[in-house]
Design a protein around this ligand. Structure first.
Ligand code: C2G
Length: 130
């Protein structure tokens, strides 16, 4: 079966994340979910993440959709992961369409439909209000 990998922060794990992982899972027989480290998110300017890495890992783990979880810690890691984990398919949400075309030298690149109307940003706002 094909080996698939996807990447993300997965802050405040929600239905959009759930559906993305389901779609990625259907592409192959082994799904690796790479979760950004706190310092990697800070380095890429994502400064409003609510949950520390360990809690975000728990969210992904509780979904039951990941066969394997790894941590994304540095720029350029994706190419290394694809080779190290013998990946056939790199999948990511359609908000990233075009951004990862360079990985097509290493494996198949698939952009999956993003779920409308739900986001970590929106949930952070609700937490603030609530
Ligand atoms: N997602 C989705 N629908 C939503 C929200 C998110 O399908 N309503 C998807 C995103 O497209 C992404 C995954 O869920 O594929 C994780 O989203 P984020 O946690 O926002 O992570 P992101 O910042 O997109 O990190 O190296 C990291 C990657 O570049 C992606």
């Amino acid at each position: 079966g094909k080996r698939c990998i996807t990447y993300g922060t997965f802050d405040l794990f929600h239905e959009g994340h759930q559906k993305l992982l389901q779609r990625a899972r259907e592409l192959g027989s082994h799904l690796i979910v790479a979760i950004t480290s706190d310092s990697f998110d800070a380095a890429r300017g994502k400064l409003n993440v609510r949950q520390p890495l360990m809690e975000r890992i728990e969210g992904v783990q509780n979904s039951g959709l990941a066969d394997q979880i790894i941590i994304e810690e540095y720029q350029g890691q994706k190419v290394h992961d694809i080779s190290k984990y013998k990946i056939d398919i790199f999948a990511i949400g359609s908000d990233w369409t075009g951004s990862f075309d360079y990985l097509a030298n290493h494996c198949e690149v698939v952009y999956l439909e993003r779920t409308a109307g739900v986001s970590s940003t929106q949930l952070r706002g609700e937490l603030r209000l609530g």
